[in-house]
Design a protein around this ligand. Structure first.
Ligand SMILES: CC(C)(COP(=O)(O)OP(=O)(O)OC[C@H]1O[C@@H](n2cnc3c(N)ncnc32)[C@H](O)[C@@H]1OP(=O)(O)O)[C@@H](O)C(=O)NCCC(=O)NCCS
Length: 141
């Protein structure tokens, strides 16, 4: 992900997470001031169709965000992004984790298919009454 991508990324982000979306400044900070952050986009004919962020701190890694343009969902792009995140994190981490809203069945299906297991519930993670599952996968097995 580059600074030039941020408008397209924000368009997908705000459509995907209407109540909790990050703003452009949040992404900019991640790209320029967080040495542990790695963000990447997936492009189709030079257009950003999805993106994902990973924090990798020595042997700990987590996905911070992942989304695919609504018009492009169901084409395998989410899986490609996730597989790249696993490859990247696997350079130095043994486990990759993430949080997912307990009502986000589509995302949970994708994570399950990629080998993620359920690790517990974070109460009110997305706001009052909005719990998240913590999911994790072992890398480099
Ligand atoms: C979750 C998300 C990233 C998946 O991306 P995607 O490109 O649609 O996913 P893929 O096409 O790679 O599909 C992977 C799996 O997701 C599930 N999936 C995809 N489309 C689905 C649909 N319409 N209904 C149910 N499950 C679906 C399937 O299990 C699919 O596996 P399969 O192809 O073997 O059936 C995408 O739906 C998205 O951006 N959602 C909004 C943002 C979001 O919720 N992000 C996750 C936050 S934790």
């Amino acid at each position: 992900m580059e600074i030039d991508d941020l408008e397209a990324v924000y368009e997908i982000e705000s459509a995907s997470f209407p109540n909790t979306s990050w703003n452009i400044e949040s992404f900019l900070r991640e790209l320029t001031a967080n040495q542990f952050a790695y963000y990447f986009v997936l492009e189709k004919e030079d257009r950003v169709v999805g993106y994902c962020g990973v924090w990798l701190v020595i042997d700990q890694s987590q996905i911070t965000t992942i989304a695919v343009d609504r018009r492009e969902q169901g084409n395998g792009y989410g899986r490609q992004l996730l597989q790249h995140a696993k490859e990247y994190a696997g350079q130095s981490a043994d486990i990759l984790s993430l949080e997912v809203s307990i009502d986000n069945d589509r995302a949970m299906k994708l994570y399950e298919k990629e080998g993620f297991l359920y690790g517990g519930i974070r109460k009110d993670y997305y706001g009052p009454g909005k719990d998240a599952h913590v999911m994790w996968v072992t890398l480099n097995e």
